[in-house]
Structure formats: structure tokens, C-alpha cells
Design a protein around this ligand. Sequence first.
Ligand code: FE
Ligand code: FE
Ligand code: FE
Length: 589
Amino acid sequence: MNMPNLDETRQRAIRAALGQAPFDVLLVNGTVIDTATSELREADIGLAGPWIASVHPRGTRSDAALVEDLSGGYVAPGFIDIHVHFESSHLTPENYAAVVVPQGTTTIFYDPHELANALGLDGVRYAIEASRGLPLRSICAAPSSVPSAPGLEMSGAEFGGAEMREMLSWPEVAGVAEAMDMNGVLGLSQRMREILAAGFESGKLIEGHARGLSGARLQAYVAAGVGSDHELTSGEDALEKFRAGMTVELRGSHDYVLPAIVEAVNRLPQIPSTLTLCTDDVPPDVLVEKGGMRDLLRRLVRYGMDPVQAIRCATLNAAHHLRRGDLGVVAPGRCGDLVVLSDLREIAVDRVFCAGRLVARGGRMLEPIPPSPAARPTSTVHLASFTIDDCRVSVPGVGSGRAKIRTIKGARFSSWSELEVEVRNGYVEVPAGCAVMLVRHRHGRHSAPVQQAVLEDWGEPRGAVATTYSHDSHNLVVIGRSPEDMQAAANALIASGGGIAVARDGRPVKVVAMPIAGMLSDQPGELLAQAYRELRAAADQVMQWKPPYRTFKAIEGTALACNAGPHLTDLGLIDGTLGEIVGILAGKT
Ligand code: FE
Ligand code: FE
Ligand code: FE
């Protein structure tokens, strides 16, 4: 009879800790950032196989296959990004790991929500397969909002309780990802009841997205069993969520709220152990230039958080939330995921260890990560070319004459407006100072014509920008004015299998192809970052109205049907507040 036996690597760790065998790696002359006690301690660290075997007084051991002199560096546990959609970097999991691991991130709790919206369960499977064996611990959260605005848009799939139960049965999945359908949770919609029930049944985590919830609505959302939030809007909002027992996942993408939240937590008797850090969405150029978790930590220190406390949030607190006792502290028995910092306040990452191996140094991987054998889902833009008439705005029932149409006013934060327009031969004469938006379903689930809207306060685009990465349904979105430019931008993307394109003078001037699911490039980080910068510069030439970095955000915001206010989706003009599809025609005149 075979008796279960203790893993061989554990047995080696025990012997190495006792001095009966040498360590594989010994880190000497460093200062340990003790996330349990918040002390900075001089200690040496012995690694055996994938484990930390011993953390002992400096200089007491020297027997090791490899001795690394840290010469005064600080040793932290590897950073844990508690909520991220890597799709926003437009990098494959392998290329994403190659960028963030040298920055000190060794674990991500990722939600492949965008891949799921494009490809359903196949998108989640691709993310899991492509994340296998990376020097980045990639823990999956099962997307819960596919689509995120049911009835108002159509993405590539629909998830209910059955899909959720299926994903939660996979060992790589640690919980239900952000429950964005807050109204569905509070109103006990069938879909959210099933999804939450699947979460409870699995015993895994249920992650939240509690934007704007407060008072009774917040209490109800937490009462539903949702355990976290990353949609913080102020210091008060964060405090209310801590007090409601939520894990706060402070994210780097909304920098303006960080100083107030740092101030609020610094005033508490102690930094809550339920404060964790995340990146959520970071575009490729920012990720490569500034970094993800590293940049967030740096900013928190700049805004007044003690660096040891900031690192605790990014490590031990996150490990607790993930229920991972093997992560988050530099101590024996834990995974050998370590970050060596040469400067504590600057979060200057020098060396990174993953599972006991030195994998990165000086901001670079020591060895390239081989491309994943996982089959890449390509050919996901199921569309015929746009005709010029697809790019003209029509008003149902009005062939010619004057008509009053509904318009979307403002970028990012939009409101309804109305305009009286001239219709000629079935098409609107777009008034001066206005832009046009087009959305077409690209997942092959319906064949409705191109949806059109007139935008106010966007200025007059001198070209067009098109994208197949438009949260959360990722249909093909075009913004422009001249039908020729919009057609050129849209058709460039149909030809490239998706991505982002800018067109001027009737031809594409910059296309970044994202052939994988219409949202991921196959280029490595540095190259994609450069291409993305050029894309922003090209978009800036077209959109004169705002700093260039806002263009893509504004386009996403105008398509994002789960937010309040007017949006254009593949089903038409919709009102996110009322949860209704409304027509373009406001009245005949
Ligand atoms: Fe969210
Ligand atoms: Fe998110
Ligand atoms: Fe999204």
C-alpha cells in the first residue's frame, strides 16, 4: 500500500533549515521587510527548491550552492496585484509576465473579463492555458459580468449560473470576479442569484465592484456575500467600505483619489489589514514606462504612506485575502517569491525571485519567456467591410427634411442632448462642430446594421479612430466625422483581425493590430509600448479637443453601457440610467 509521503522539496527545506544540507540559494547582507511585524530586520534568507527554508541571523550560515550578496538591499515578498485585467495591456499572458515580473509583481489575481466578453468560456480557457508555467503566479477570477449590461448590448457570450459553476470547478480559478452588475445583486436578478449561489457553493471568493454604493445599498451588497471593492471615489468612501468589512483593493489607475485615501487610512489607529493594492487596467505604454504595482507603491509612498505599510498591503494583506498562507511574508515554508529593493522609498526593484529562482535583474528577465503552446484565438472579428453608407447617419422613417435627433453630449461623462438636423436622401447632414460615432456587433451573434450617433462637445475630428477594444462588449467602435475616414479606420481593423486604428484623408495612418481576440497583440512589451505611443500621437492629430491620453478613455466611456447616462452600443442608443434602448429620433419637425 502506498502511504502519502511529504513532498521531496519540503523534506529538503527541513534539512536545509536544520543545517543538515546546504541551501540552493543563500541571500546575505540584506534587510528583510517583515510584513508580519512591520520591522526592518537584518537577516539572511536560505532557499531550498521553490521554498524559503530559513530566515536566520546574518552571517550564521554560508553553505549554499549559490550565495547572492544583497549588499544592503531590502527583501520584500513578491508583490501581489489583487485585481487586474491584463487585456488592457494588450499583451499576451507571457509578454505581460515579462513586463511585470522584473517590476516585482510575482502574483496576479486576474479577471479575464474582456476575453470572456469576446469569446465566452473559450476566452477564459485561453487565459488559463497561456498563463501556465509562467514565472508569474497567475490566479484566475471567473468573469461574472458577461455581458456587463444585459439587454443594452451584446457581447460575444452570456454567462449565467451554469458557466460560473463550470469555471469555479477549475483549480486555476479562485473565485467569482467583480460583480459589476450591482443592480442585479441588489435587485436579486436571476442571473446574479445564480452566480452568487455558485460562488457560495464553491467556497471560493466573491469579488466586488461597488462603485458609488453607500448606506443601505452598500450594506445590502455586502450582505449578499460580496467581499471586496476597487471602485473607490474618496477617503470617506474607502472608510465606509472598510467599516462594512470589505477588502479595499486600492487601484492605481485613478490617481486623483489616492492622496485622500492615504490621508484617511493614516488617520486610523492602524492601517487596516484589509487594505490591498491593484492595477485593474493599465495601457501598455504606461505599464512599460512607469510600471504597474511598482508605480502604485511609489505613488502611495509619495502621498505619505509609510513604505513598509504600503508593501504590507501589496503582500501579506493580499495573501490573506486570497487565503494563501504560502505567500506574502519572508518566512520559512513560504514560496520563494522575493523582491530585492535597492531603495525603499523609490521602490527601486533590483532582483526578483520566483519560486526560489532568480528570474529578473535590473528591470529585465534573465531568460526570455517562451511563447505559450496554447492555441491563440484569432479571426474573431466577424464582419464584412463597411460600406460608405454604413458610415453615414440615418434616421429611421425620415428620408428628407428636418428632424430632431437625440445626441450624446460630452466625452467620458456624457449627458443627453438634442439637435435639429437636415436629412437629405436618407442621411443626416452632420452639423458643424459635431462628431459621429458608429458601433457594429463583431461577434457574429446578430447581424443588425451599424448603429450611429451624433456626438456634441467632441469637436470636429480631422480623421477617425476605430477600436475593437471597447469595454465591455468589445464591438467595433468608430469615432470620426468624414464617412471616408471612418470607413478606412473600420476596414483597417476588419483586415487586421482587430486592434486600434487611426485614419486620415481616407486612409489608415496608424494601425496597431490585436489579432488575438481582437484585443491582444502578439508583440512583446517594449515594441507594443512604442507602437501604442505612436497610436496616441496619431489619435492626437485627429482629436484636437483634449489631451491625447484621454481619447481612448473617452471612446471606451461612450460605449460603456453599464455606466449611467447615454451610450451607443451594437443595439443602438441606450440610456444606462434607465436601462433602456432609445431611438435616435427625438421628433419630426
Ligand atoms: Fe470594476
Ligand atoms: Fe476591474
Ligand atoms: Fe472592462
